[in-house]
Design a binder for this molecule. Structure first.
Ligand code: SAM
Length: 275
């Protein structure tokens, strides 16, 4: 998969993808990242990329022409033209924007199946809206706050999507066994039919993790994790997933895949909280 980033600050990305899993994914050829300087697509002495907003008001707006030229240089036609081109079916042009739809793990999973994602980083008050209308498949926000530019958001989207490309994570760190992962029932047993001690989140948060030493800061790691009984561990972890989600992200419970046993545990947790 290839990620193209269009930005007025290309140096921002120097080194950012050169660590850990993302670096390995690039080294192994699973992904490539190409950074494009928007100023290279200007034609005046000052390499102007922005202008004052029509209608007045604070700040500046990134001009449409350099962005359109940058996209053309990447071989990207308008959204309408791409929709009619089967070769472009697995390409997305994404505008990073606080006004976008919220970026989620499920969108990251979807991006991981693409051939190419092109990320446009806004600055100042944002990007001339006609670029969004003409070229972008999606306006994407990484959270309900305003960043000073789309570069951090682009890095977040790339990191989250890249690690879900098949083969990038090892089995031991599979994207199935973590927050927002697949439904638990899908992976309750491994390929040999052996019950797993790990859980799929099915839209819930992950359970807490512990490692050696067993005792730290006066706190002991839960005994259940030390006794080697994988079914017991599994049960305990599911309960912890439900507890964490209930405490930190109760909104996720609405859409989570829950078993009857999960619902029973949630009732217990709810009663504990209200008593
Ligand atoms: N005037 C815009 C608004 O109120 O929605 C904010 C513009 S912001 C200062 C500059 C750029 O940062 C945006 O064009 C966008 O590319 C990026 N940005 C800011 N917040 C973001 C967010 N939550 N998610 C993704 N990109 C964001």
């Amino acid at each position: 998969m290839r990620f193209d980033i269009v930005t007025i600050f290309p140096a921002f990305f120097a080194g950012i993808f050169e660590h850990g899993i993302v670096n390995r994914a690039r080294a192994k050829g699973f992904v490539s990242t190409e950074v494009h300087d928007l100023r290279a697509f200007t034609h005046d002495r000052h390499r102007t990329v922005d202008d004052r907003p029509f209608g007045g008001g604070e700040g500046m707006v990134l001009k449409a022409e350099p962005l359109a030229e940058a996209l053309a240089s990447l071989g990207l036609a308008t959204r309408e033209a791409r929709a009619a081109d089967p070769d472009a079916a697995r390409t997305r042009v994404i505008l990073l924007s606080a006004q976008g739809r919220p970026f989620t793990q499920s969108i990251a999973r979807d991006f991981a199946t693409l051939d190419r994602a092109v990320l446009l980083c806004g600055r100042y008050e944002g990007v001339d809206e006609r670029i969004n209308q003409l070229y972008c498949d999606m306006e994407l926000s990484i959270g309900d706050y305003v960043l000073s530019g789309g570069e951090l958001a682009a890095a977040v989207v790339i990191d989250a999507a890249m690690r879900l490309i098949p083969g990038v994570l090892g089995n031991e760190a599979s994207g199935e066994f973590e927050s927002f992962g697949v439904a638990d029932a899908d992976i309750a047993v491994d390929a040999n039919g052996v019950p797993r001690s790990q859980h799929g989140a099915g839209g819930l948060l992950d359970y807490p993790h512990y490692t050696r030493p067993a005792e730290f800061g006066g706190l002991r790691a839960p005994d259940v994790l030390l006794n080697g009984d994988h079914l017991e561990i599994r049960r305990w972890r599911r309960e912890q997933q439900l507890r964490k989600t209930f405490a930190n992200r109760p909104d996720l419970l609405q859409a989570a895949s829950l078993t009857d046993e999960d619902r029973r545990l949630l009732d217990v947790i709810r009663r504990e909280r209200t008593s």
